[in-house]
Design a protein. Structure first.
Length: 521
């Protein structure tokens, strides 16, 4: 509750410069992360398949499966895009309404794992790039020398230049002063550079502040935008810390290195060695297009949070559609391309993320014996005492005939009748690690006093002038968590005696996190 109150005490304001540029960009249909009103057409159903299923040959069934996969993916993308349009309109209606106020606050609450979420949809410090770009702290903090560097690092990070040493990120922004000057003088006329950023609206907000501090020359300037320090695949960071896994820990920056370790690129490199198991045509196509970290990022990043081989395939297909012009293939072949690469990607992840996947499998293996012994849902307390209950229950479904829309039938769930063992098993690994990353965030927040905070689970933010201090607090609270607690053992001790051996531990010295430059950054 103390942590939530500190987040709620933060006073915010609308970044009016960003709001104006976004409005003009949307009116001109320039994109730049703003949703498009255009929908993707679903390919027509193959006319030669309009016949009874019993007349289908094997090739017909295969073609039908491909068409269904493509149609489903396009329907999903169109549905998501419609949601983005509604989201954009909600965000800008709120921003337009609230720009008149001197400042305002956001309300936060916890979910059942202890993760802290903003209660406001759309326009929030935990929103997308469009929303975050529109928000700034109401009160400024003097930059100082370290703040100037962190403001430059923020700009480099949101541009996508986040895999080089910090001072090279600072130098990169300084070396691009002319491009910055053009962008801030007329962002839409000179949009050739800043719109290529991974997060263009946060990047543009950082450029406006870089201008305000005379392009890094005035340490006395007040700064207002949040600077975020982001964990390196945070779920795997926590599993690696629990298991003292030296290999996994090195891949997610629990130990120091001259440049940031990149577990997504590690998986991409392993995947590249497996391309020979594809057909010669597909292997050559992937080599030409390139296997890179952007392809492997979502499958790896979501692994600790319950992703499956099916979701892995979907992420690969989305990557292919986003780069459709590079593949230059008919839609049905794109789906096949994703399907054939998926098992190789899954293997590559398993070879890189060994200990973390072992811990996740162990947690899932414990679920059925626990339910059998207790007759209850899986539950535990986090290291700070937060009670977590997995209330995944089966409910008796009742069909109700209504007078809505000419006689709409709806299905409603009644009182829970039994435990949903499938969801209990599938949910335990990611709910557990979420409960631990929330513990780390809460402890870090409570090491601050009177700070403005922008916290998003594994992305901790404050003013640029205070970022250096936050940088150290994040590491200190993480090390304290794992020196004072053994989360897997504590979880196991709260369950009935199962006689199941815990996953083995490695020899990682957790205190090395204190000197790890890129642990959060």
């Amino acid at each position: 509750m103390d942590a939530i109150n500190k987040m709620q005490a933060t006073k915010w304001a609308i970044n009016k410069e960003i709001l104006f540029v976004q409005e003009q960009a949307f009116k001109s249909s320039l994109g730049i992360g703003l949703p498009s009103l255009k929908q993707t057409d679903v390919p027509e159903f193959p006319s030669h398949l309009n016949k009874p299923r019993e007349l289908y040959a094997d090739d017909d069934n295969a073609e039908l499966t491909v068409w269904k996969g493509i149609a489903k993916a396009i329907h999903t993308r169109n549905k998501i895009n419609k949601g983005k349009i509604l989201g954009y309109k909600t965000i800008h209606e709120l921003a337009t309404r609230y720009k008149q106020y001197d400042g305002f606050h956001f309300v936060y609450n916890c979910d059942f794992r202890g993760r802290i979420y903003c209660a406001t949809p759309g326009l929030s410090p935990q929103g997308d790039d469009v929303a975050k770009g529109l928000l700034r702290f109401r009160h400024g903090v003097r930059l100082g020398t370290s703040g100037i560097n962190w403001l430059a690092i923020q700009a480099a990070n949101v541009y996508g230049n986040d895999k080089i040493p910090y001072m090279e990120r600072v130098r990169w922004l300084r070396d691009n002063e002319e491009a910055v000057r053009r962008a801030v003088s007329d962002p839409l006329r000179h949009r050739e550079w800043w719109t290529n950023a991974d997060k263009p609206w946060q990047f543009l907000a950082a450029l406006f502040e870089w201008r305000d501090c005379d392009y890094g020359r005035n340490p006395n300037q007040l700064s207002y935008i949040p600077v975020g320090l982001d964990g390196s695949c945070n779920g795997i960071q926590h599993y690696s810390a629990m298991l003292r896994d030296e290999v996994g820990g090195r891949g997610v920056n629990l130990v120091n290195s001259e440049i940031p370790s990149d577990i997504y690129q590690d998986v991409a490199d392993v995947l590249t060695t497996k391309l020979g198991r594809l057909s010669m045509v597909e292997a050559e196509l992937w080599r030409r297009v390139g296997i890179n970290r952007k392809l492997s990022k979502k499958p790896v990043m979501t692994l600790p949070y319950g992703s499956t081989q099916q979701s892995c395939r979907q992420y690969i297909y989305e990557y292919i559609l986003d780069n459709k012009d590079k593949f230059n293939l008919p839609d049905e072949q794109l789906w096949e391309l994703a399907k054939n690469l998926t098992p190789l990607m899954w293997e590559a992840i398993g070879e890189v993320v060994i200990a973390a996947r072992g811990a996740m499998d162990w947690l899932q293996r414990c679920v059925s014996p626990i339910i059998k012994k207790t007759g209850d849902v899986i539950k535990w307390h986090t290291p700070i005492g937060f009670p977590v209950w997995q209330r995944y229950m089966d409910r008796e479904l009742v069909r109700v005939e209504t007078a809505l829309c000419g006689g709409l039938s709806i299905t409603v769930g009644t009182t829970p009748v039994s435990i949903n063992k499938y969801r209990q098993r599938n949910g335990v690994a990611h709910n557990f690690v979420h409960s631990i990353d929330s513990t780390h965030m809460v402890n870090t927040i409570n090491m601050t006093e009177g700070w403005d905070l922008a916290m998003i689970h594994d992305d901790f933010g404050t003013h640029a002038g205070r970022t250096q201090e936050l940088y150290f607090k994040i590491r200190e609270s993480f090390v304290a968590l794992y020196e004072n607690h053994d989360p897997l053992q504590e979880w196991y001790d709260q369950q009935p005696d199962l006689g199941i051996e815990l996953p083995p531990k490695g020899n990682l010295d957790i205190r090395r996190v204190l000197t790890s430059t890129f642990f959060f950054g």
